[in-house]
Design a protein around this ligand. Structure first.
Ligand SMILES: C[C@H](O)CC(=O)SCCNC(=O)CCNC(=O)[C@H](O)C(C)(C)COP(=O)(O)OP(=O)(O)OC[C@H]1O[C@@H](n2cnc3c(N)ncnc32)[C@H](O)[C@@H]1OP(=O)(O)O
Length: 746
């Protein structure tokens, strides 16, 4: 049995050596710090990595060793590379990035893996090798497979180079081999969008050579390798293929277009452009030059802030489902076979759509025929929009719709496992009805962003199975799910809902019960502070521009237009009731609403909307702003007109950080990284800045605290830093450090 991150080598009577990648759970290609520590310090340069020769890591060294053995042995004619447990490989071990970035783990010398191991050992081998791909072949995993002389995959295999989502580029030759196997346009799409493809598409494109069932995979690959050995099939080195590459002139046009697209999509990101440059180098100067450029660029990007932030996001996203007191108790999620949704409004129908898309049978209950039909029609419309966009076949549409049953009574509720209550009046009554009609294990979930879960359950004996499931609109599209637990919600129910969340492809975060929970609590100051600055004399469009340049999908005013002023005012009222000391009572939205100017839905808000969703600044808003300013009795501050975009971003986001600190301090969120994920998936905070708390720590609690203090003195209590922030600023402790660590340091 191999140790973690090693390869197993087994030679069959047919003369085929099968090299198996073994590193559960995803067979990542590991670099083992312990092994690297044996390398002599004098052969190590922190920027260039290993200058001399030595062990370069568990898996990769082991792969080279296995190859060398297979090449040496006279009983081996050909080689098959595969992965253990139905997965080829999820790529380079991301958990080792931190060690390399922090200097604890040495990295191999530039080009060692891509050139010495994959090109000069695997691809240049005198015996042919075939990759047998089931499950995942991502990043470095696919790069190993592309260095083999053929690839056999299963239809459900996922193949891709998603490195850019981590702020790096493919570093094991992927930028050179993928374009040569699938053409420039498709390869750029796969890399720039970090989008894997399934086995079927890979077969059509020529990325794999044959598609077989998982049971036939290794045997087919063995035979294929022998066929190459006996010259019955071509022996192809993908690095030197040219037939799929577009002619140079055309290639240059494709690269130019890709650069423009990359800049349009994320102007703050540098690494997509580096990726395009590296691809171009290979096309213009030849693939070996491309490999060298790739290797140096990869090592530089590994140390970038973008990479560090995105790796933080990767692990934080996975950590949201690790909940102390729930997921560490050894509880297994129970099987949810049927879901009931009460209320087919916008949210209810969106939730139903998300459920049926993941094959959960759904009962949709409404109070009358008219509402029920409207709810079913909304679900149909959600799915039809997917069909129109080519994301769903007609057959899949019919199958999904067949999972929905519309009802007007509780007759069908006796075998329901999960009941989700949408925004229906008399929730208390409904919960007590559900208690009567549903089986005693059924989870009772309510979708709400405000309601007090303790109150809802007051008339039932089922407080332990009451939980909040806060979806974001549109529920079948938005990726976040806030799971709200009260003091009495059972850990089993939390574990069950985390599992459902994962199955319906949402990123769940578990939060405590309070007005606004975590996401809306953080979101509120985003628009609040912006409204305040308008009364103080700032320009609406300048604020929006600064926020979008920072990386937000839209600024606070464009967002208010999208959400609608009615919702914004209603939310403001709830905050006023619960947190009066930090609500700014702006009159701007009510004034605009008096003239039926209530956001995008009314074609006019802070912007004018003529074409579909096209927002144009509207000078008319000045008359409302002037009125609002005079009603507020605030004197505009000429200093604010001089602010740079960086200053504006700080003024908008530091109150958000302040609120995030309160959320953490009150125990509403379990850990700071959950708030990072909540800000990215719930607010659209740029992931390459790592999330709101990670970004805050990159700036420093002390600086943020100082600014908030300064603004409190100048403009009032709205900015007052909370005690959590003040304490950490004073003691120099990161905002994201866990509470017990703080205590340990106090
Ligand atoms: C030089 C090279 O070009 C550079 C590279 O290869 S960079 C790496 C490229 N590969 C990737 O980006 C793939 C990243 N992984 C994923 O997208 C997904 O994890 C996956 C599709 C592989 C599996 O998804 P899923 O089945 O939902 O499981 P998921 O919960 O994400 O992962 C399972 C565990 O494997 C870990 N994991 C997944 N991929 C990993 C990787 N490449 N390295 C280290 N750990 C990894 C996860 O952190 C998680 O650990 P946990 O159970 O302790 O939380």
């Amino acid at each position: 049995m191999a140790a973690n991150g090693r390869t197993e080598l087994e030679v069959g009577a047919d003369g085929v050596a099968v090299i198996t990648i073994c590193n559960p759970p995803v067979n990542s290609l590991s670099i083992d710090a312990a092994v690297l520590n044996f390398v002599r310090r004098d052969l190590y340069d922190p920027r260039l990595g290993l200058l001399g020769y030595g062990f370069v890591g568990n898996f990769l060294y082991s792969l080279k060793e296995s190859y060398e053995e297979a090449l040496r042995r006279s009983d081996v004619k050909a080689i098959v590379v595969t992965g253990k447990g139905g997965k080829f490989s999820g790529g380079f071990d991301i958990s080792s990035f931190g060690g390399v970035q922090g200097g604890q783990t040495m990295q191999p010398k530039v080009g060692y893996i891509a050139i010495d191991i994959l090109t000069d050992t695997v691809e240049a081998a005198t015996k042919p090798s075939v990759a047998a791909i089931d499950g995942l072949a991502l990043g470095g995993g696919l790069e190993v497979a592309m260095a083999c002389h053929a690839r056999i995959a299963t239809p459900m295999a996922q193949l891709g180079l998603p490195e850019l989502q981590l702020g790096i580029i493919p570093g094991f030759g992927g930028t050179q081999r993928l374009p040569r196997l699938v053409g420039l346009t498709k390869s750029l799409e796969m890399m720039l969008l970090s989008k894997p493809i399934k086995g079927g598409e890979a077969d059509e494109l020529g990325l794999v050579d044959a598609l077989v069932s998982p049971n036939d995979l290794v045997n087919t690959a063995r035979q294929w390798a022998l066929d190459i050995y006996e010259l019955r099939r071509p022996w192809i080195k993908s690095l030197y293929k040219t037939d799929k590459l577009e002619p140079l002139g055309e290639a240059r046009e494709i690269l130019k277009f890709a650069r423009a697209q990359a800049q349009k999509q994320a102007a703050n990101l540098h690494h997509p452009l580096v990726c395009i440059d590296v691809v171009e180098e290979g096309i213009v100067a030849g693939p070996r030059a491309g490999l060298w450029k790739e290797a140096t660029a990869f090592q530089d990007l590994l140390f970038s802030d973008t990479c560090k932030s995105l790796v933080h996001v990767f692990f934080s996203q996975r950590a949201t489902s690790k909940i102390p007191g729930a997921t560490d108790l050894g509880l297994m999620p129970r099987k949810i076979s049927k879901v009931a949704i009460l209320g087919g409004g916008l949210m209810g129908s969106g939730i139903a759509t998300a459920m049926i898309l993941s094959n959960y049978p759904v009962i949709l209950k409404e109070v009358n025929e008219k509402f029920l039909n409207a709810g079913i029609d909304r679900i149909k419309a959600n799915l039809q929009s997917r069909v129109r966009k080519g994301k769903m076949t007609d057959e899949r549409y019919e199958k999904a719709m067949s999972l929905v049953t519309g009802v007007l009574d509780y007759e069908h509720f006796k075998d329901v496992d999960l009941a989700v209550i949408e925004n229906v009046k008399l929730k208390q009554q409904i919960f007590s009805d559900l208690e009567k009609y549903c089986p005693s294990h059924c989870i009772l979930a309510t979708n709400t962003s405000t309601i007090d879960l303790n109150l809802i359950g007051e008339k039932t004996k089922s407080q332990d199975r009451i939980v909040g499931a806060h979806f974001f609109s549109p529920a079948h599209v938005m990726p976040l799910l806030e799971i709200v637990r009260t003091q009495r919600t059972s850990p089993q129910v939390v574990v069950d809902l985390l599992d459902v969340g994962k199955k319906i492809k949402k990123t769940p975060i578990v939060v405590g019960n309070c007005t606004g929970f975590a996401v809306n609590r953080m979101f509120f100051p985003y628009t609040q502070s912006a409204l305040f600055y308008i009364d103080l004399g700032m320009d609406v469009y300048k604020i929006d521009r600064a926020c979008t340049k920072f990386g937000m999908p839209m600024g606070p005013f464009r967002l208010a237009d999208l959400v609608g002023f009615g919702v914004a005012v209603a939310t403001g009222m709830q905050y006023l009731e619960n947190f009066p000391e930090r609500v700014y009572k702006s009159m701007l939205l009510p004034l605009m609403m008096e003239d039926s100017r209530a956001g995008e839905a009314t074609q006019k808000g802070f912007y004018k909307y003529e074409g579909k969703r096209k927002a144009t600044p509207d000078p008319e808003i000045m008359k409302y702003i002037e009125k609002s300013r005079s009603m507020a009795g605030v004197t505009p501050d000429p200093e604010l007109l001089k602010l740079s975009e960086k200053d504006i971003v700080e003024m908008v986001f530091f109150p958000v950080i302040n609120e995030a600190c309160r959320v953490l301090d009150e125990g509403i969120a379990v850990k700071a990284s959950d708030l990072d994920i909540a800000s990215i998936f719930g607010m659209g905070f740029p992931p390459y800045r790592g999330g709101v708390m990670y970004w805050a720590d990159s700036i420093g609690a002390n600086y943020i605290h100082g600014k908030l203090e300064e603004w409190t003195n100048r403009y009032g209590g709205f900015f007052k830093p909370c005690s959590y922030l003040a304490e950490r600023a004073a003691k120099g402790i990161p905002l994201s450090a866990p509470a017990k660590k703080v205590q340990a340091r106090l």
